[in-house]
Design a binder for this molecule. Structure first.
Ligand code: NAD
Length: 282
């Protein structure tokens, strides 16, 4: 039996960083990004730490503002407006999830779209929809980068995206559409998901259900990208039954070590892009 191609996100991310180091060396200033974390969610703490660490490694300035869970929405937006006005700040990222009393859409909308390196502002979402992307949400951008790196053909292919969230599923579908895939988006109300999956040449699983995509749902030779991050018995597992599905797939991404590393790599890419745009303006 032929071995599947393992889509190694760590290796692809390293190749992105190599290029970014060069881009950063050409800038006349050190780009600064401010991460905003509200509350003490352990996963958010760890994500922000990894982002800060990567900034340091690339010679970028990453700073984190930490606020208590009780912070008011208006207060948070006031802080964001100050960062919008600060010429020294190139990127602003509000780590999600926000506390329940805050309106996420309203908060994200208060970020200057030219500093919105997470690509979640409606202006950036609209540009992606028009096929003129500026900042694309990092996880789907990373998936497309990974498919390109491994030269997985996308144009004309039947792609099924499982999940329609604003941060992964929707922008993923849009990105695939922009590179001429035939895209189906499935979600919790899809009637016959296994049937949809069987037709797919590319599957992007982003539903947050451990081991949900089984061998019998996948056609031989499909490319399967696993976005899921699920904690099961203290271990991180994806949305795909990796050990069984890999026997059928042409290519498959593992969890961990697949999509995860690409997400931070694309954030850094967006930040360097914002800095380059800024330096061309001044
Ligand atoms: P979400 O909860 O916002 O969205 C889940 C989506 O899956 C929804 O659109 C829902 O309709 C769909 N869904 C749920 N159950 C389903 C079912 N049984 N059948 C079909 N569709 C179903 O989640 P999200 O933020 O999009 O994240 C999805 C997963 O990806 C999570 O595990 C999350 O932790 C992970 N994630 C990983 C990264 C990364 O960097 N690797 C980044 C973001 C999210």
């Amino acid at each position: 039996m032929t071995q599947p191609l393992i889509l190694d996100g760590k290796a692809v991310a390293e190749s992105v960083y190599k290029k970014l180091l060069l881009d950063v060396s050409l800038l006349s200033f050190v780009p600064r990004i401010v991460f905003i974390r509200v509350g003490e969610d352990p996963a958010s703490q760890s994500y922000v730490r990894s982002k800060e660490k990567r900034c340091l490694e690339l010679g970028l300035r990453g700073e984190t503002l930490v606020f208590p869970e009780t912070l008011g929405e208006d207060e948070l937006m006031g802080k964001i407006l100050n960062l919008n006005r600060d010429k020294d700040v190139i990127g602003i990222l509000v780590q999600l999830p926000l506390p329940k009393h805050m309106d996420k859409a309203k908060v994200l909308c208060s970020i200057d779209p030219r500093k919105d390196v997470d690509g979640l502002h409606p202006e950036n979402a609209g540009l992606l929809l028009q096929g003129k992307p500026r900042f694309v949400p990092c996880t789907p951008a990373g998936i497309l980068e990974m498919l390109n790196f491994y030269q997985i053909p996308v144009e004309g292919k039947r792609a099924v995206v499982i999940g329609r969230s604003e941060i992964v599923g929707r922008p993923m579908a849009q990105l695939l559409l922009n590179v001429n895939a035939t895209v189906t988006v499935c979600h919790s109300k899809t009637v016959d998901l296994p049937e949809e999956l069987k037709r797919a040449e590319i599957i992007i699983a982003a539903l947050g259900k451990p081991g949900f995509v089984k061998e019998e749902m996948v056609s031989p030779g499909a490319t399967v990208v696993d976005v899921g991050i699920n904690r099961v018995d203290g271990k991180i597992v994806g949305d795909v039954d990796f050990e069984k599905v890999k026997l059928k797939a042409h290519a498959i991404s593992p969890v961990p070590g697949g999509v995860g590393p690409m997400t931070i790599a694309m954030l850094m890419k967006n930040l360097v892009m914002a800095a380059t745009a800024q330096s061309q303006k001044s």
